[in-house]
Design a protein around this ligand. Structure first.
Ligand SMILES: Cc1cc2nc3c(=O)[nH]c(=O)nc-3n(C[C@H](O)[C@H](O)[C@H](O)COP(=O)(O)OP(=O)(O)OC[C@H]3O[C@@H](n4cnc5c(N)ncnc54)[C@H](O)[C@@H]3O)c2cc1C
Length: 314
């Protein structure tokens, strides 16, 4: 059976993929977006977004992403709920294999598959997932009303999680392995002046303990080597991101952590495969960056597609 050949397949419908879809439709490319869950991406895990330029406060990420999705749909976005499993190179064509039996043949691909939260690797972490250990304060904070909780991490997401948790919890211990935080200064200032937040620097989580639920954490002080117990009923882990690149491992060049390496035009080492947003090896993982890269990836992909089709702008 012969398959239809798309101009472009976009994998992932977060901010990067949805923006790519908007630009692809405006370029009149025959494109399809593959999304394993629902459109919107990781930002849906957050309560509010206050650094997307031109969007007046307060806006929930859900509303912002619904607007992006609608904008893409109004332009005729084709969206399919499938998970990309593997990309096969077939001469000038690429075949995307999915978890279902569906396959997509295309001239070019944009990888916009984003990331997932990294695991901490502490003893007890896996045992207590859903029983006190969480990777999403927005989802789980209300379960910890008037209780003591811990956030592990020192970046923007860890601080945002902390500032969301103080609305519910009695106290939030913020544990970071370094002597200073990495997050935006504006977020640090808010955490420093909140009386419910206690910051514990230069410490790491060794063990998360409890019976059927989390009851506390054993922390190791990296300067003294001493272990201390901190009783708490929730542990929110925010220690980095793991890129969703298993389906392209071995095909596209990745860095040591698995992020996609690209040139400045967002092309990977495989001509015709481009990457944008959080999945890419870049400095800042934010919605505004993901959107910008989504637009740029389409501009580069369009150039490539035109070349393959022999279309030349005079
Ligand atoms: C708690 C939290 C708070 C945040 N707060 C902010 C903030 O205030 N401001 C800000 O700018 N940024 C914030 N961010 C970061 C922001 O969410 C990301 O930078 C942004 O979502 C990246 O967009 P993306 O499209 O590159 O990837 P993602 O949003 O991760 O989207 C990737 C999509 O690809 C899909 N996918 C993955 N693999 C496959 C596959 N194999 N097949 C099909 N689909 C697949 C996923 O389901 C997902 O929908 C926050 C993140 C978190 C977690």
């Amino acid at each position: 059976m012969t398959h239809k050949t798309y101009d472009l397949v976009i994998i992932g419908a977060g901010p990067a993929g949805l923006t790519a879809s908007i630009y692809a439709r405006r370029a009149r490319l025959d494109a399809v977006v593959l999304e394993r869950l629902v459109p919107g991406g990781q930002i849906l895990l957050s309560q509010r977004i206050e650094n997307y330029p031109g969007v007046p406060l307060p806006i929930s990420p859900k509303r912002l992403m619904e607007k992006m999705q609608r904008q893409a749909e109004n332009l005729g976005m084709k969206l399919e709920q499938v998970e990309a499993k593997r990309i096969e190179l077939d001469g000038e064509k690429k075949i995307i294999h999915t978890l279902s039996d569906k396959k997509y043949t295309t001239l070019a691909v944009i990888i916009a598959s984003g990331t997932e939260p990294s695991k901490l690797g502490a003893e007890g972490e896996t045992t207590f997932v859903g029983r006190g250990v969480s990777y999403c304060a927005t989802c789980d904070a209300p379960f910890f009303k008037d209780q003591e909780v811990m956030v592990v991490g020192g970046g923007n997401t860890a601080l945002q999680e902390t500032l969301h948790l103080v609305r519910f919890a009695r106290k939030v211990h913020l544990v970071h392995r370094r002597g200073m935080l990495r997050a935006e200064k504006i977020l640090q200032e808010r955490a420093f002046r909140n009386p419910k937040v206690e910051i514990i620097f230069r410490s790491v989580v060794k063990v998360i303990y409890g019976d059927s639920q989390v009851e506390g954490v054993k922390l190791k002080d990296l300067e003294t080597g001493k272990i201390k117990k901190v009783p708490c009923s929730g542990v929110f882990i925010s220690v980095g991101l793991k890129p969703n690149t298993d389906f392209i491992r071995g095909l596209v060049e990745l860095d040591k952590k698995g992020f996609v390496k690209t040139r400045a035009n967002l092309e990977t080492n495989v001509p015709s495969i481009f990457a944008c947003g959080d999945v890419r090896k870049n400095l800042l993982k934010q919605v505004v960056v993901a959107c910008g890269e989504g637009a740029l990836a389409v501009a580069s992909a369009e150039k490539y597609i035109n070349k393959v089709k022999g279309i030349e702008y005079k």
